[in-house]
Structures are given as C-alpha cells and as structure tokens.
Ligand binder design. Structure first.
Ligand SMILES: COc1nc(N)nc2c1ncn2[C@H]1C[C@H](O)[C@@H](COP(=O)(O)OP(=O)(O)OP(=O)(O)O)O1
Length: 160
C-alpha cells in the first residue's frame, strides 16, 4: 500500500450564542460550499496562528483571546496520495464586522438551521458534537467530493 503524504490545514469557527458565522467558498477547494474559515498552515506558523490569520483574511474579522482546539479531522480522497489533516478551532472572541473577501462570503446562520445540503457531507456528522460543546477526532475517506466511502468519528476529552 502506498504511503500517504499529510498536509496540515485549519478550520476555524466564529460563534456568537446561537449563531454561527460560515463563509460561502467562492473559489478553490470546496468552491460553492458553505464552510468555516481556514486553509493551509504556512511554514513557520503554528496551527493556532494560521487559524487566526485565515479568519482575518477570509472573514475580515480579528480573533480576540485566541482559539481553542475542538477537533482534528483527516480527509482522504480515492486515488489521491495526499491526505488533508485539518485542525478545527473555535475563536474565543472576535472584533470587527464580517466582510466578503476574494475567497469567502461570510453569513450568520442559526445553529438550528445550518445549510448542511450545501456543505461538505462530513459536516453534519461532526458539527453536532462541536455545537454542544464537545471535542472530536475523525477520519473520512471520500470518493470524489460528494460520497463518503468510510468514516470513523469519536468524541474525545483531550487531544494529547
Ligand atoms: C472533505 O471535507 C471537508 N469538510 C470540511 N468541513 N472542510 C474541509 C474538508 N476538506 C477540506 N476542508 C477545509 C480545510 C481548509 O479549511 C479548506 C481548504 O483550504 P484551502 O485549499 O482553501 O487553503 P488556502 O490556504 O486558503 O488555499 P489558497 O489560498 O491556496 O486558495 O477546506
């Protein structure tokens, strides 16, 4: 079996009570889907620093008080030797007004009516854990970008 190369990404949430800020991805990977904010971790950055930077670049708001890690996900795609290792964070606070960027169009959603049919198919499996304050670790193997062939998801207390 061939070796997988793992690339590190972030995904970060801005949440205010019962509403969650998502962005409509206008270009690139995941184009046409609503998602949290994130991208590649650059050389010399910690995942936390990358998460804060991506939120600022994509949603136009500044994270205040840092980010808390809430999840760790591994995505693999049939026929693709590169796995996406995604660290999921929740911002402790933010300042500023969400503003459309070249990559994302931000919009607030009620946590009770998230647009799951327009999001990645894995999201409706792990979002409920995040939304009730839990932490999780999961892996999802895709055929194309629409079909999950296999999955493993667990709620965890810590990430050590
Ligand atoms: C496969 O399922 C996925 N579900 C969810 N919810 N999010 C995913 C999934 N696969 C990837 N992602 C996330 C991880 C990252 O936040 C983005 C992809 O990052 P992107 O390619 O946009 O990285 P950037 O550094 O912003 O890229 P460019 O600046 O080169 O456009 O999707």
């Amino acid at each position: 079996m061939s070796e997988l190369t793992k690339k590190l990404f972030t995904l970060a949430f801005i949440r205010e009570g019962n509403r969650l800020l998502l962005g409509y991805k206008k270009r690139g990977f995941g184009q046409g889907r609503w998602n949290a904010f994130g991208g590649k971790v650059e050389a010399g950055e910690t995942p936390e620093e990358a998460a804060v930077r991506e939120v600022q670049e994509e949603a136009g708001v500044m994270v205040v008080g840092g980010v808390e890690k809430v999840g760790e996900l591994l995505f693999t795609f049939e026929g693709d030797p590169t796995a996406m290792h995604v660290m999921v964070f929740s911002a402790r606070g933010y300042t500023g007004t969400p503003t459309e960027s070249e990559e994302m169009k931000p919009q607030w959603f009620s946590v009770d009516s998230l647009p799951y049919s327009l999001m990645w198919p894995d999201d409706e499996l792990w979002y409920p854990i995040y939304l009730r304050g839990g932490k999780f670790r999961g892996r999802f193997h895709f055929q194309g970008h629409d079909k999950i062939l296999s999955e493993k998801l667990e709620e965890v207390q810590t990430f050590d």
